[in-house]
Design a protein around this ligand. Structure first.
Ligand SMILES: CC(C)(COP(=O)(O)OP(=O)(O)OC[C@H]1O[C@@H](n2cnc3c(N)ncnc32)[C@H](O)[C@@H]1OP(=O)(O)O)[C@@H](O)C(=O)NCCC(=O)NCCS
Length: 245
């Protein structure tokens, strides 16, 4: 039987949303499309110093309209990916599976015993933008060339952004999310062959998540960044993941 154009995503029978489920022991955790109703949970998370201190771009203080604005943007991206897969299901029901440039799923949720879902965080995959490079022209040139590559081009450099609610830190969840997302979505359905991530150098937890997921530390770069929260960042670590062939 041909594989669904949504493979390996499953579908929520009630909401109709596609999702990825983590393997045991985290099989109560799913990665789904974002929802506009996530806004209050986002505001709570982005107001928590255990999260915002480690992220480069969120506004500070983080207001409900910031969450609405962000969710509108990322929901449109997810909807676009879903539409492409739906169209491919009609046009090529017998395959081959198409590659997509965006992910339909990114929001991490914990399924509770009563079936309700608790918002836990986010994993975003985007084309790399070299946030550590202070030479603006070099940064723009690299970013532009990377953007112009056709989906599936193995030379595309991809990047992850992620965060998890502090109530759930230290349980191995993000490591499981990163590994599942790379293996089951990014590689087979987006054609990802290399990922480059930047972490603030004092973010030992994030660095460890990536190392446990097969990323290799390339270098530590001095930077001079002041976050919206006022925190100053003086160094970033660069790590790479590369497909084995
Ligand atoms: C970074 C983050 C995503 C990690 O998620 P998580 O689910 O807690 O991560 P895991 O439990 O899978 O793994 C964390 C690892 O880091 C280690 N770790 C955590 N804090 C550490 C510290 N201060 N020093 C050294 N190691 C640390 C843990 O011991 C664990 O490693 P181990 O399994 O070898 O013991 C989460 O802490 C978070 O959302 N932080 C705020 C946002 C953020 O930093 N995002 C990433 C931006 S680059």
């Amino acid at each position: 039987m041909p594989k669904s154009q949504f493979d390996p995503l499953e579908f929520n029978q009630v909401t109709g949303e596609p999702y990825l489920r983590l393997p045991a022991p985290h099989d109560n955790i799913i990665i789904t499309p974002p929802r506009m109703s996530d806004a209050p949970a986002m505001v709570l998370n982005m107001s928590d110093p255990r999260i915002y201190s480690w992220l480069e771009s969120p506004p500070h203080p983080y207001l409900p309209q910031d969450a609405d604005h962000w969710l509108t943007k990322i929901k449109a991206e997810s909807d676009r990916a879903i539409e492409k897969l739906q169209r491919a299901s009609v046009e090529r029901p017998d395959g081959p599976l198409i590659l997509v440039d965006e992910s339909p799923v990114r929001t991490i949720r914990e399924v509770q015993e009563d079936g309700s879902e608790l918002f836990l965080g986010d994993i975003a995959i985007i084309r790399e933008r070299w946030l550590d490079l202070e030479d603006k022209e070099a940064k723009q040139a690299l970013t532009k060339a990377n953007e112009e590559r056709e989906v599936g081009d193995p030379a595309i450099v991809w990047c992850f952004g992620d965060y998890l609610a502090a109530s759930h830190h230290g349980k191995g969840i993000m490591t499981a999310v990163v590994q599942k997302f790379i293996r089951d979505w990014a590689v087979p359905r987006m054609g990802v062959r290399q990922l480059r991530v930047e972490t603030f150098s004092d973010n030992k937890g994030s660095k460890r998540v990536f190392e446990k997921s097969g990323f290799v530390h390339e270098k530590t770069v001095p930077v001079n960044k002041v976050l919206n929260s006022g925190r100053t960042i003086t160094a970033m670590d660069i790590l790479w993941w590369k497909a084995s062939q």
